[in-house]
Design a protein around this ligand. Structure first.
Ligand code: GDP
Length: 356
């Protein structure tokens, strides 16, 4: 998973490796020829980059991707345990990472905060002794985790009984499947659950949820296609109250944020049911557009947390990080397949491994 970022780590590692070599083998500074040394002694000027002053670079030569470190930077690096990078190197690294993050579907809206923090970490130097790849990865993950919002207990720490959870998101994003996976998790945690087949719009959605309920042996409240989803959700909440059930998981029809009638239906559901939590289910493959899609849901009904499905299909990871960092709301789980157990927590240990 997240393979593109892995390639970013190794690209930057290559840059740094060449840097390390150039620092470990400093240029031999030759004494000037005698006639030159007789010449007028010019004041010493500190030059940031080691481009010879008199020699303009040949026009045909392509601009080197990485400039040589400045003399000052080299000296600092030579006597320390760390490699210090010049402004130009940091700029190169930033540009490289920017491209890879965009290719990995990170939203432009969060790029600056990630990159600025990452570069600030690199500025403090790279340990010479450490493995370059590993250290860059560590610094990048450190940066991400300083920005990421983690709250894995939000679902299971709710005090409400029943806890009413509303699942929203576009058609086909995996709401129904995720409800089934969560129902399984709730049962495994020795809690009780009822499902509400609130997607009365998409053909076969009711049968699909009924089949899951049947497989998992949990109750389900369903109506007919075209019937009012709010009344189905209301019946499920009443059922849960009467039977002392812990969780009501409410499915809804897939909505595009641009569809006003479906969005109004959701607003009505929110008003009547007053859910304890609204979970936006997004596909990993939603890409950069996802932030804008969610903005509308956030404005109209409010979103408390995310679940990112199909993380097994998409290897980029940008959708999850974009939503989390932009909205500062937790990603509860990543869906990693079509089976009932294919749900993993979005937490440091899991995500760290995802970059392997
Ligand atoms: P809904 O319209 O939002 O209710 O979406 P569904 O739950 O019907 O899911 C649409 C398709 O995505 C189905 O074929 C699911 O099996 C599949 N799906 C859902 N979650 C995952 C996941 O995490 N990984 C994979 N590979 N497929 C998934």
């Amino acid at each position: 998973m997240f393979k593109l970022l892995k390639s970013a780590f190794s690209k930057v590692a290559d840059v740094l490796k060449s840097k390390k070599e150039s620092i470990e083998k400093p240029e031999v500074i030759k004494a000037p020829p005698l006639e030159e040394s007789k010449q007028e002694i010019k004041p010493k000027v500190e030059i940031e980059e080691s481009v010879p002053i008199n020699k303009a670079p040949p026009i045909h030569k392509e601009k080197e991707i990485v400039s040589a470190p400045s003399f000052k930077t080299k000296l600092k690096s030579l006597f320390s345990e760390k490699i210090y990078l010049s402004e130009n190197d940091l700029k190169d690294i930033k540009e490289k990472f920017e491209i890879v993050l965009l290719q990995s579907d990170f939203s432009v809206e969060i790029l600056d905060s990630i990159l600025d923090n990452f570069i600030a970490k690199l500025k403090s130097g790279i340990e010479k002794k450490k493995n370059m790849d590993a250290e860059i990865k560590e610094k990048f993950l450190e940066t991400l985790f300083e920005l990421v919002t983690l709250d894995k207990n939000i679902l299971f720490s709710t005090q409400s009984k029943p806890a009413k959870i509303l699942f929203v998101g576009p058609n086909g994003c995996g709401k129904t499947t995720t409800i089934a996976k969560l129902a399984r998790m709730i049962i495994d945690n020795k809690k009780s659950v009822v499902m509400a087949a609130g997607d009365t719009f998409r053909a076969a959605s009711i049968e699909q949820l009924k089949e899951h309920a049947n497989n998992l042996k949990v109750p389900i409240i369903a109506g007919n296609y075209g019937s009012d989803p709010t009344s189905i959700a209301f019946d499920a909440v009443t059922f849960a109250k009467n039977k002392n059930i812990d969780y009501v998981l409410i499915d809804t029809a897939g909505r595009q944020e641009t569809n006003p009638s479906l969005m109004n239906e959701l607003k009505k559901m929110k008003r009547v049911i007053n859910p304890d939590m609204v979970i936006y289910v997004a596909e990993s493959i939603a890409g950069q557009a996802v932030v804008n899609q969610v903005k509308e849901f956030e404005k109209e009904i409010g979103v408390n947390a995310f679940i990112i499905t199909k993380a097994d299909v998409d290897t980029k990871g940008g959708t999850a990080f974009s939503l989390n960092i932009y909205f500062k709301k937790p990603i509860l789980f990543l869906g990693t397949g079509q089976g009932y157990n294919d749900l993993v927590l979005f937490e440091k240990d899991n995500i760290g491994n995802l970059f392997e």
